[in-house]
Design a protein around this ligand. Structure first.
Ligand SMILES: [Zn+2]
Length: 418
C-alpha cells in the first residue's frame, strides 16, 4: 500500500467541533481539512462493510449497501476477519502519540488508513458500541447517552451497567450484525473480559456471538487468533487506554504506558493471526484533557437548574429534561448565555434542533423521550457537571469525551491484511 504521513493540526484546531455528519451509505463531501466525515465513514459502517468483505453482506436499517461501504473503507474480500475495538483511542490521540506505537504508526502511514472516520454523538462507549454492533444509529438503538431518561420509570438510567434502565433486549431492538451473521451460519466469536460475557451492554449492543472470556490481555489476543483460523468474524475488545485516560488524562505518562501496551498487543495479534486474515482496528471515541477553570457545576448555578427536571448524558454532552410546561427553547436560550458567561461555552440545541440536524440519525418515536429536551455540547476543554449527583472525583476527571471535537469524534479505522 502507498505510504503517506499525517499532518497533525495544532491543539486548538483539534478541539474544534466537526459538523454533524450524516448517516447512510454515501461518501459525504469533504470538510475543510479534506476528510470525509459520516456516511460510509462512520462507526456504524464498519461491521456491515466487514460482512460484505466476508461474502455475507448484512443490511441494516441505516446501511442498505454493504458492498458500497466495503469499497469506501477499502476492505479487501477475505474469509476470516478480526475486528478490534480499542476503547477511547481516538484517531488524533494515536496520531499525536504515534512515536510510542510502532505497529499503529506503520498502519496509519498506509494511505488507505490515513484518515479518520466518525463515531456517534454523544461520543461515548454505550452509544458508539450500540451503533457499531447494530450498524445503525442512536435514534434507532435507544442508547443515546452515558445516562439517559428511562421514560417508563421516570428516572435517569446509567447505560454501562443498565442501572434503572429498561432491560437490554427490550430497549435495544435492532438486530445486531453478529446475530444476523450467526443466523446465516457464519461463525462469530468475541474475545473479551469474562465479566462482559453476558453483561447488559453486551446483550444490548453485541449479542449473537460465542464469547471467550479470559482475564489475561495477551490470552485474549491469542484466543482471537485461534478463533480466526476458521472462516468467520472475530471481535476483540481492549479497554485500558480509556481507563488510563479518564484517570490521568491522555497526555499523561500513564496513558502513554497503556498505549504502548495496547500497541504491543495489536502487534501480537498481527504476528499470530492466520495468513489471509483481515484485521480492522477501530475505537468508540477519542478523548480530551479537561481544564479545571472551565469546569462548571450546575449545582452552584441556579440559572442552569431552572425548569429542568432531570439531567442525563455526561460532562461533555449534557442532556436536560425539561419540567412539564417549560419550553425547551427558553432553557436553551438561558443556558447559552449562562454558560458562556461562566467561561465554558457550549453549543446548546433543543432536542428538535438536534434531531433535525441528523445528530442521532433517524429517531424512532419511542426513542425520542429518552433524548434530553436541551442538549449542551461543550466547546474547548469545558465540562458541565452536577455535584448534587456525581461523585466529586467524577466531576474532576482529567480526561473526558462525549462532545464533537475532532479529538473526541474522529476515530481510526485501520486495516491490516496479514
Ligand atoms: Zn470513557
Amino acid at each position: 500500500m502507498k505510504s503517506m504521513s499525517i499532518e497533525i493540526p495544532d491543539p486548538k484546531t483539534l478541539l474544534q467541533h466537526v459538523d454533524i455528519a450524516p448517516y447512510g451509505d454515501d461518501i459525504p463531501v469533504s470538510s475543510n481539512d479534506g476528510f470525509h466525515r459520516g456516511g460510509a465513514f462512520r462507526i456504524s459502517s464498519v461491521l456491515p462493510a466487514i460482512s460484505s468483505a466476508l461474502g455475507h453482506p448484512v443490511q441494516t436499517s441505516i446501511h442498505h449497501d454493504p458492498k458500497k461501504l466495503q469499497e469506501a473503507l477499502g476492505f479487501p474480500s477475505c474469509t476470516s476477519a478480526i475486528v478490534v475495538l480499542v476503547d477511547g483511542m481516538g484517531f488524533w490521540n494515536i496520531a499525536t502519540r504515534s512515536g510510542h506505537a510502532p505497529y499503529l504508526r506503520s498502519l496509519m502511514h498506509e494511505s488507505a488508513n490515513a484518515r479518520p472516520i466518525s463515531t456517534c454523538l454523544s461520543s461515548t462507549t454505550v452509544v458508539a458500541l450500540a451503533s457499531f454492533g447494530t450498524g445503525t444509529c442512536p435514534g434507532m438503538t435507544a442508547m443515546t447517552g452515558y445516562t439517559q431518561l428511562n421514560p417508563c420509570k421516570h428516572r435517569i438510567s446509567q447505560m454501562i451497567q443498565f442501572r434503572n434502565a429498561i432491560p437490554p433486549l427490550e430497549l435495544q431492538r435492532e438486530p445486531t450484525v453478529f446475530e444476523r451473521l450467526s443466523e446465516e451460519g457464519v461463525r462469530v466469536t468475541s474475545s473479551g473480559l469474562p465479566e462482559f460475557a453476558d453483561s447488559a451492554l453486551t446483550q444490548a449492543a453485541l449479542r449473537g456471538s460465542s464469547y471467550i472470556g479470559r482475564e489475561d490481555a495477551e490470552e485474549r489476543v491469542l484466543e482471537a487468533c485461534k478463533a480466526a483460523r476458521k472462516p468467520g468474524l472475530t471481535y476483540l475488545y481492549i479497554r485500558d487506554v480509556d481507563k488510563a485516560g479518564h484517570e490521568f488524562g491522555w497526555e499523561s505518562e500513564s496513558w502513554i504506558a497503556e498505549f504502548e501496551t495496547v500497541d504491543a498487543q495489536l502487534a501480537l495479534l498481527h504476528r499470530n493471526a492466520p495468513k489471509g486474515t483481515l484485521i480492522v482496528i477501530v475505537a468508540d471515541h477519542g478523548m480530551i484533557e479537561t481544564d479545571p477553570d472551565q469546569r462548571i457545576d450546575m449545582a452552584q448555578n441556579p440559572e442552569l437548574l431552572e425548569g429542568v427536571k432531570f439531567y442525563g448524558g455526561e460532562p461533555r454532552f449534557v442532556m436536560a429534561y425539561a419540567d412539564e410546561h417549560v419550553e425547551p427553547e427558553s432553557i436553551a436560550e438561558r443556558w447559552r448565555s449562562e454558560l458562556s458567561g461562566l467561561g465554558g461555552s457550549a453549543e446548546v440545541l433543543t432536542k428538535q434542533e438536534g434531531i433535525d440536524a441528523g445528530m442521532f440519525g433517524p429517531v424512532k418515536p419511542d426513542v425520542e423521550p429518552m433524548i434530553g429536551d436541551v442538549l449542551a455540547i461543550m466547546h474547548d476543554r469545558a465540562t458541565l457537571v452536577d455535584s448534587r449527583v456525581q461523585r466529586d472525583g467524577a466531576t474532576r476527571l482529567p480526561g473526558v469525551h462525549g462532545s464533537k471535537s475532532m479529538m473526541e469524534s474522529d476515530i481510526p479505522c485501520l486495516m491490516d491484511l496479514v
